[in-house]
Design a protein around this ligand. Structure first.
Ligand SMILES: Nc1ncnc2c1ncn2[C@@H]1O[C@H](COP(=O)(O)OP(=O)(O)OP(=O)(O)O)[C@@H](O)[C@H]1O
Ligand SMILES: [Mg+2]
Length: 299
């Protein structure tokens, strides 16, 4: 089992057509045909959207994504048109809403990995490859790779895991030229971001980008380089050979798997609400990630 403990009712706004409820975001189409992305304060862990929200998370991640789009702007065009609120939207949407150019999306999750963990580690342990790419012997959980790799995945249906695919499979699906562009853009953006994050004490272990076409132009879409689309590790605690603590969700994961929560991860039961101190500590981590990366104070 996975997904929502209770699926939220989307807010209706005159002039906006509600398109989709993601784990974390609500999507709408404006009358002008643009995509309106509203980031909620929902948080997920162990494939569940938790029944407790983290105050300010939607705004922090939206502002972080915007900051990254700007850091990457000389490498890639992005889809954000405006950060203003659509007419009639609730005031509460301010800071968490992006009006974006609606693109012809490429149906590939463009993952870059600079470090070995997660599904990459699982594949490596079986075959010494990740997405069919050969890697040297002797790597362990959390090892830095000799160079970043492009490890694409196909988008899975809600509640299922994305499936890693080879570069050749991507080329078959989207064409060789687009596949080459995706790989080049993904690795360039990851490398830039990894270096920026490293300077600020955060290991960007891996990240997922999505791209779309505006005519013939490849454009960076979705959210970028947030803790929801990436693995951030605190640099001072990075130690290959074990699972690395997560920058943002470690308190949540530790509490959920502790005796105190009373929850069994392998059961079919939904997770319980988070205690206030876990909510507060987690909010502080999101704000800290934003402040460390951007070098500005969250207000
Ligand atoms: N500029 C864009 N034009 C068109 N579609 C876009 C654009 N940017 C992002 N998208 C799409 O919008 C959707 C965002 O949905 P969202 O991430 O909230 O939910 P999801 O991907 O279904 O689920 P999850 O919560 O697991 O990520 C994705 O399908 C993404 O591909
Ligand atoms: Mg998504």
């Amino acid at each position: 089992m996975s997904g929502f403990v209770e699926k939220p009712e989307p807010i209706q706004v005159p002039g906006l057509v509600h398109l989709h409820t993601g784990k974390v975001r609500e999507l709408y189409r404006s009358e002008a045909g643009d995509l309106v992305m509203v980031a909620s304060d929902r948080v997920s862990a162990y494939d569940w959207v938790l029944p407790t929200e983290i105050p300010d998370k939607g705004r922090v991640l939206t502002q972080l994504s915007l900051w990254w789009f700007d850091q990457l702007a000389d490498l890639l065009p992005h889809h954000v048109l405006s950060t203003g609120l659509p007419a009639g939207a609730p005031d509460d949407w301010a800071g968490r809403t992006l009006i974006c150019k609606s693109l012809n999306m490429v149906p590939v999750e463009c993952v870059a990995r600079g470090y070995l963990t997660g599904s990459g580690l699982a594949e490596y342990e079986e075959t010494r490859t990740v997405c069919g790419l050969a890697l040297p012997e002797g790597l362990v959980d959390g090892s830095e790779l000799p160079a970043p790799i492009f490890t694409p995945a196909t988008k899975a249906a809600v509640g299922e895991h994305d499936e890693n695919v080879s570069y050749e499979e991507v080329a078959r699906q989207v064409g060789a030229e687009t596949a080459t562009q995706l790989r080049q853009a993904t690795l360039a953006a990851y490398t830039r971001a990894r270096d920026i994050a490293r300077d600020r004490g955060i290991v960007l272990a891996d990240t997922k980008f999505e791209f779309g076409f505006d005519g013939d132009t490849l454009v960076l879409a979705d959210e970028v380089l947030t803790p929801d689309s990436s693995r951030f590790w605190p640099a001072e605690e990075w130690e290959p050979g074990r699972a690395q603590p997560s920058y943002d969700k470690q308190f949540v994961r530790d509490w959920l798997t502790s005796a105190e929560s009373g929850w069994d991860r392998r059961s079919e039961q939904p997770p319980p609400p988070l205690p206030q101190q876990i909510v507060d500590a987690t909010r502080t981590k999101y704000v800290e990630a934003y402040e460390r990366l951007t070098g500005t104070t969250w207000s």
